[in-house]
Design a protein around this ligand. Structure first.
Ligand code: 3AM
Length: 188
């Protein structure tokens, strides 16, 4: 099964981005906008994982979390990734308690590498993916796209009290996600 770890958005944030996505869809048809139900902030992509590896991985993550505290985050800027070259991902970048979030990701990486997963070497850039390019978007459109997205930012800040292990089923109409486990941050 194809797995990743992510923070799922609370209802208020989801609703905020659902409105944004509805309004961005019409002018930007060359972008495949995500389904609002699928909005999340990825902490670690795990890839293909065997069923029997899931329980030990979940245990290792639970044990690796040291005094986890809830985090306050705010999606506040447009992120067009990668910053140069062919645009692939349109996202809302995250501010707020990003340093504690990085520490959390570090603990997750340690737990995952202990279970044989590859450590992510790319710098962690917290973001909520809103769309992916279908066809090349001219670099001259980047400014207008960022501007259109910025109309919905900053989005409401939200408190993260848990993150989830999610199974992703890839399909022609977009991915379908199933939550397999929850890791609370409140109260250790
Ligand atoms: O939530 P975002 O969009 O940042 O791009 C995929 C998505 O990230 C990413 O994992 C998240 C859930 O699918 N992803 C997919 N394949 C990946 C890979 N091979 C990957 N991340 C790293 N390496």
């Amino acid at each position: 099964m194809r797995l990743f770890l992510a923070i799922e958005l609370p209802e208020l944030s989801r609703h905020h981005f659902a409105v944004a996505l509805d309004n961005l869809r019409r002018p930007w048809t060359n972008i495949r906008w995500v389904n609002a139900a699928n909005l999340h902030l990825t902490l670690k992509f795990l890839g293909e994982v065997e069923d029997r590896a899931v329980a030990p991985l979940s245990d290792a993550i639970h044990q690796a979390l040291r005094s986890p505290e809830p985090l306050q985050l705010q999606p506040d800027h447009a992120e067009l990734l990668p910053p140069r070259g062919r645009l692939r991902v349109v996202a809302a970048g995250i501010s707020g308690e990003v340093e504690p979030l990085r520490m959390l990701v570090d603990q997750i990486e340690t737990a995952c590498t202990g279970c044989g997963f590859r450590r992510e070497h790319r710098p962690f850039r917290p973001h909520i993916t809103l769309g992916r390019t279908r066809v090349p978007v001219p670099s001259s459109s980047r400014g207008a796209l960022a501007n259109d997205l910025q109309a919905y930012l900053p989005a409401p800040s939200f408190t993260v009290t848990s993150f989830s292990l999610i199974e992703s089923h890839l399909g022609a109409g977009g991915s379908r996600y199933v939550r397999l486990a929850d890791f609370p941050l409140a109260g250790g």
